[in-house]
Design a protein around this ligand. Structure first.
Ligand SMILES: *Cc1c(COP(=O)(O)O)cnc(C)c1O
Length: 373
């Protein structure tokens, strides 16, 4: 028997990505061009927005999205501290201040009940993160935004293809990334689909889309005419060619993740010491991560890793407790977030995981439960 080795993440490519990349290379046009345009068109169609603007990363998508709707120095943006640091940093890049609101302990997403207390006369927007691929509570968030004249910029970096469900809502059945004024996705290799590095902004607002296109390319409206300050945050046609193929297979990838998650949910439901993911109603969770919560996390991780099962911790530190934020004077206390930073473990869930892998994961977790749980 070969030794177990089940990595926490693994991008999946077929021959088609390679073929499309070679075509782009041979065409001699490799920077942002027709492939990026085609990718934007298809991604917008997939999410159900009028526009999509591709960028060099998920981080630059967030940064450009904030700038395109006018966020600037002195503004405050309400967001979650239980996310990848890019969520907070993209706000800092604009000179605005991230204001952190604690999470709901079942879904790990921002707790809408705590948002209103954080609103001041400087607040301009709410940036929910659809953590692990599960939608935040969009009805509550959109209502608070409407009542307080705030924008909603969705960090959908982990939620390609996730769907919000709430029978009584106008947002029922909408794809994540199409509910707020702007949505931002990442195509980093661990995400549900990849372009190597890359990102995209989705919106129904033409003004924001046009501004985003300018900001990603040195504020350029026409060749060599620069009217505002911008960056070089363009995606390449090489990346877009990969993205076009990945987008076609995304639904199949997501179905595989969901099937894997359902197996783990069922098999782990009654295992002592493990809290399995809780679903937000009937919404479609696309399981960018399958994350459980346990006590004595480090012992579980050690045991799993020694048995060839890869793990991740998303995330071990609240964003405001990162050294960068400490040095900026952040001194928040979000107790639910801090508890979860000590408890969460992400398990392998990606489309390459086999049924046998899943069985090994379950049996090792049961062993760990007997030893540690
Ligand atoms: C991955 C990720 C980002 C950043 O995307 P990059 O493509 O790595 O720049 C932002 N927010 C969240 C929640 C992410 O998971």
């Amino acid at each position: 028997m070969t030794e177990t080795n089940i990595p926490i993440a693994s991008p999946v490519f077929g021959d088609e990505e390679a073929k499309e990349v070679v075509k782009v290379l041979k065409s001699g046009f490799i920077a942002q061009g027709s492939k990026v345009l085609e990718f934007e068109k298809q991604f917008a169609e997939f999410i159900g927005t009028d526009f999509a603007v591709a960028t060099s990363s998920g981080t630059s998508a967030l940064h450009v999205a904030l700038l395109s709707c006018g966020i600037s120095e002195g503004d405050e943006i309400i967001t979650t501290p239980f996310s990848f640091v890019a969520t907070g940093n993209s706000i800092l890049f604009t000179g605005a201040k991230p204001v952190f609101v604690d999470i709901n302990e079942d879904t790990y997403n921002i707790n809408p009940d705590k948002i209103e207390d954080a609103i001041t006369d400087k607040t301009k927007a709410i940036m929910p993160v659809h953590l692990y691929g599960q939608s935040a509570e969009m009805d509550e968030i959109m209502k608070i935004a409407k009542n307080n004249d705030l924008l909603v910029i969705e960090d959908a970096a982990q939620a390609h293809g996730a769907i919000y469900k709430n029978e009584n809502s106008v947002f029922d059945g909408k794809k994540i990334g199409s509910i707020g004024e702007l949505g931002c996705f990442s195509f980093y290799p661990t995400k549900n689909m990849t372009t190597g590095e890359g990102g995209i902004i989705t919106t129904n607002n033409k003004e924001y889309a046009d501004k985003a296109k300018m900001i990603r390319s040195h504020g350029e409206k026409e060749r060599y005419k620069h009217s505002i300050l911008g960056y070089n945050f363009r995606l390449t046609d090489i990346s877009a060619a990969i993205g076009l193929v990945q987008l076609k297979i995304l639904n199949e990838f997501n179905q595989k993740r969901i099937k894997n998650a359902e197996f783990l949910n069922k098999e782990l439901a009654n295992v002592k010491g493990i809290k399995t993911p809780k679903l937000n109603g009937n919404s479609r969770h696309v399981y960018h991560q399958y994350t459980i919560a346990v006590e004595n996390r480090d012992e579980w991780i050690k045991f799993l890793n020694e048995n060839g099962i890869g793990t991740g911790v998303h995330y071990p530190i609240a964003i405001y407790n990162q050294e960068l934020y400490k040095n900026l004077g952040y001194n928040d206390n979000c107790p639910v977030t801090e508890q979860m930073t000590e408890k969460v473990i992400s398990l392998p869930i990606h489309p390459k995981i086999t049924e046998n892998d899943l069985k090994i994961i379950v049996s090792k977790l049961k062993e760990a439960s007997n030893l540690i749980g």
